[in-house]
Design a protein around this ligand. Sequence first.
Ligand SMILES: NC(=O)c1ccc[n+]([C@@H]2O[C@H](COP(=O)([O-])OP(=O)(O)OC[C@H]3O[C@@H](n4cnc5c(N)ncnc54)[C@H](OP(=O)(O)O)[C@@H]3O)[C@@H](O)[C@H]2O)c1
Length: 223
Amino acid sequence: MSVEGRTVLIAGATSASGRAVARALLDAGARVVAVGSDQGRIDALEAELPGVIGERADLTDGDDVLELAMRVHARVGDVDGVVHLVGGWRGGGGIPGQTDEDYRVLERSFTALRHVSRAFWDDLVASNAGRIAIVSSTTVAAPTAAAANYAAVKAASESWMQSLAHGFDALRPAQGAGGGAAAVTFRVRSLSGLEARLAASVVDLWRADASTLNGSVTQLVAD
Ligand SMILES: NC(=O)c1ccc[n+]([C@@H]2O[C@H](COP(=O)([O-])OP(=O)(O)OC[C@H]3O[C@@H](n4cnc5c(N)ncnc54)[C@H](OP(=O)(O)O)[C@@H]3O)[C@@H](O)[C@H]2O)c1
């Protein structure tokens, strides 16, 4: 099994980590759909990585995501994978400093995950090797006062991934041993310097059985 010939959508593709994942997937022979909210950054990514299929959408807007899914289906058909990288960071100030404004910014990442996973759920289920992955944070396992908003949103995202895993598991008997879809959570302390590690881990998602991967939470560390 490999990612070669499969179609993978990167939700939030223009950051350093998104570009590294896109490059690794292209190098491994995948077709890559790169989504971001800024057309200029999408254009720059398409210029940097020939072959990438850029799409602009605000992934926090449910209607925008449904329209994105229709455009993606028209351009490339169903996707086999979704790598969700929409993030954001706000923190500091202890518990009294966990402002609603910061929470609203952070919550956009979880909202985007919900929209994207629902819009492409049928694709992932229909694929013989559907994969969806997020990058969470080690702070979920050891939440701090200074990062309470952030840890809560990441914990919600991880919970959502376990729900996706439960949904995939329920369908697995019909998909056969080893086949089917998997929802995977990567955790990092910081992504800085780990972009290549993340990219390789995403490519490897298609080298393992879905039943082994589904619901897994893996901390990424430097080699
Ligand atoms: N950076 C770290 O050290 C670190 C640590 C722990 C976990 N993580 C997690 O790892 C993941 C990737 O992190 P990152 O720092 O590379 O990501 P990021 O800079 O937070 O954002 C990733 C991408 O999301 C896009 N994006 C933001 N809002 C969007 C929207 N409404 N619609 C569509 N696209 C949108 C951004 O592009 P546009 O602005 O062009 O739309 C960007 O390409 C995130 O989930 C993050 O929380 C990161």
